[in-house]
Design a protein. Structure first.
Length: 169
């Protein structure tokens, strides 16, 4: 049980930082009337993040997510499971199992992505936008992980000519 508690320490710290930054963000929204998310400022700041401190993470985090996704996709193929995205979207009976295994694989990586986004926001803009960090961090990890897991499963199954176990078929 200690292992499971330890694995949630980093996400817990990130959650506390997000909660601490939220009142200031809400106050800024009330003062300016600008919700920031998906506004012109948000997209202009995205470009600034690509050239500011921490820009290397836009390469490194997706690469690590792809490696983790490929690892889990190979495990899925060996177990005879259907591809990750297919299972999440079209197999309600397997959805929670896939989501749990995906979360346990990338939990700390997503927490680091959110934390790095908050740090880069502070270094570049001298303010924090918790909503933006909650969107950008998981997107940098979730999409590459999901696609790599699904593709690795399909490629591994085709190489080994093993069909997916699909009780619904």
């Amino acid at each position: 049980m200690k292992t499971s508690y330890r694995s949630w320490i980093l996400p817990g710290i990130v959650l506390l930082i997000l909660l601490a930054a939220t009142p200031r963000a809400i106050h800024r929204i009330i003062q300016t009337g600008n919700p920031y998310l998906f506004t012109r400022d948000f997209f202009e700041d995205m470009v600034a993040r690509l050239s500011g401190p921490g820009r290397f993470r836009f390469i490194m985090q997706p690469v690590v997510a792809i490696i983790l996704g490929a690892r889990d996709g190979i495990k899925d193929a060996r177990a005879g499971a259907c591809p990750f995205i297919w299972g999440v979207i079209f197999r309600p009976d397997l959805r929670s199992q896939f989501l749990r295994s995906g979360l346990s694989s990338v939990r700390n990586l997503v927490a680091v992505a959110i934390l790095l986004d908050l740090i880069s926001q502070y270094l570049i803009f001298r303010e924090l936008h918790p909503g933006a960090a909650l969107i950008l961090g998981p997107v940098l990890i979730g999409m590459p992980y999901s696609l790599a897991r699904a593709f690795a499963n399909r490629i591994n199954r085709r190489r080994n000519q093993t069909p997916a176990i699909d009780p619904a078929a």
